[in-house]
Design a protein around this ligand. Sequence first.
Ligand code: ADP
Ligand code: MG
Length: 698
Amino acid sequence: MTKRIPELYGSLVFNDKIMREKLPKDIYKALRKTIENSTHLELDVANAVAIAMKEWAVENGATHFTHWFQPMTGFTAEKHDSFITPVGDGQVIMDFSGKELVKGEPDASSFPSGGLRATFEARGYTAWDPTSPAFIKDGTLYIPTAFCSYSGEALDKKTPLLRSMEALNKEAVKMLHLLGKTDVTNVSTTVGPEQEYFLVDKELYKQRKDLIFTGRTLLGAKPPKGQEMEDHYFGSLKPRVAAYMHDLDEELWKLGIPAKTKHNEVAPAQHELAPIFDTTNVAVDHNQLTMEIMKKVADKHDLVCLLHEKPFDGINGSGKHNNWSMSTNTGKNLLDPGRTPAENTQFLVFLMAVIKAVDDYADLMRLSVASAGNDHRLGANEAPPAIVSIFLGDELTEVLDSIENDTFFGKHQKVAMDIGATVLPHFFKDNTDRNRTSPFAFTGNKFEFRMLGSSISVAGPNVVLNTAVAEALSQFYDELKDTPADQMDDAVHELVKRAILKHKKVIFNGNGYTDEWVVEAEKRGLPNLKSTPEVLPCFIAEKNIELFTKHHIFTETEIHSRYEILLENYCKTLHIEAKTLADMVKRDFLPALMSYSDTVTSAILKKKEAAGFACASETKLLTKLSGYYDAITDAEEKLEEYTEAAEGIEDFQAQADYYHETVIPAMEEIRSYADAAESYLPDEVLPYPSYQKLLFSV
Ligand code: ADP
Ligand code: MG
């Protein structure tokens, strides 16, 4: 019998409850202080925590520990050390020290560093992040850590995230104090990422090189039925999928990951999982773990979980919605519109700060979700456009209009009003969440950033969001700081009015999928950065370097190194895709086409010989097959030529541009012929399972 859920939940996590039980009181207090106020942790505290952690881990079956970190690959990394320490005469004890808990030294020469770390100083350090709880997985104690170089440069996704949370904390607390909320000492950002994914049968998956090497299908004719009936969305779960989701929930719950919602998505074989939100740092760690466990549990069920942004052409890809807000240590969600005028003032300041942030740094927001995989989604008519805009909903937009025009908000009355920010009634969450085409939507008490691809670490987008909002708050603070307290409401009103005028161009409540919006957005001067190579250079734009260095998120060197890593990653992805496609075409698809042509040819010959038939239809088919054979052969030769040319380009930006402008179209050309040819091939001739089988067999 399985345990009851409350006992199961978090049973493999060294959480606050366990810490309180296992740690001496003073040690527990010191650790809490470190967690809550980011203060330095003394070695004697670390030693005591290490002992308790090890005891708990060993009691729960762990034999090893690992510093778990998030290098720039976007995956997580770990190196396992056992707890055993020899004590003479061939005996060992299970040992773990504070030093081992706090700091690790993995050999890090093979992780991407964008030239930051010369090989002679290939050492990297991992440092314990006590704000994200340790946990046990597969007999190992996992300690979440940040990863940096010998000279302290960040080599991972966690370090800048923690820095950005601190920047936002600092600016938000300053602003709240200015607005009279002096009881607040800490503001943290919260994130709830909704994760989409596909499930396919493992045996079928194994027969597709493209899925194995690139995570997506590079060839494949569309099935007769796709998602047009929308009968899969929220449909009842098939038994195999339900069993998978059940196991997945249990595994996640054991690790204290609050998986909450699960349902079928729009595309066939597509599903979604959403957890309850948490502080950003924990949410990021949890999402990384979730993606890993989704794959592992799938394997147990003879399924494969595809996290690629666009595994199948012609049906929806997978995204990840990043629900984001800010909350105070006093338990207040800063994006929750309050009921009283004072709360309104505060809400309007923070709401406006987010709008300003997204408008001022739209390019960085777009950058934060850029990848070769996500390029297939953004701007296609299924996912948000590549243009960053904000959906506020009619009601909130009207509120801002009324402030801008000094009219009174409510039932469309246009009455001149007393100055003051008493215009915001409590409105209902449901009124705001109707638009599904917006990249960045206000959904009642949080914003939902919808441009993320399904496989991305949510760290990057939150670094940008946190930092840009910190900057907006810092500018607002400068505008307000000399205002006497009794004039604050009016000053805020004027500030919000100025900000609306400046930033309302980024607000768009209409349908983001239409061509009219693209035209309108251009008129408004909003950037429309369609591809990854096009958007990456904005990382090193002066205004963005200024933002990141001012708030101590990245040094200029770190920015350049990350820009290089992103370019390199894009080029490598395309390189692997081009090579895989060439291989599939030459060694699998063309031979299959040839063999079917042979079959048709011998049928023609036999018929002609036996009965003197003209064989007009068969000959027509043969001509078609031959035509495709020639076209694919030519296109494949071109692809190989271009891929080789790409490899020869030294400058990463130029190489990325070349892949985008030359190699991708060559791949698409092959695909157009091959998919057309595929529709003539019987299943037994096709060298890999068709879309039909992949999408409709689970
Ligand atoms: P949907 O977007 O599907 O309508 P919800 O709006 O209920 O679903 O929630 C989506 C996600 O937003 C969930 O993961 C939820 O935990 C998260 N969420 C809710 N409140 C907040 C918040 N204050 N900060 C961050 N995420 C939140
Ligand atoms: Mg949502």
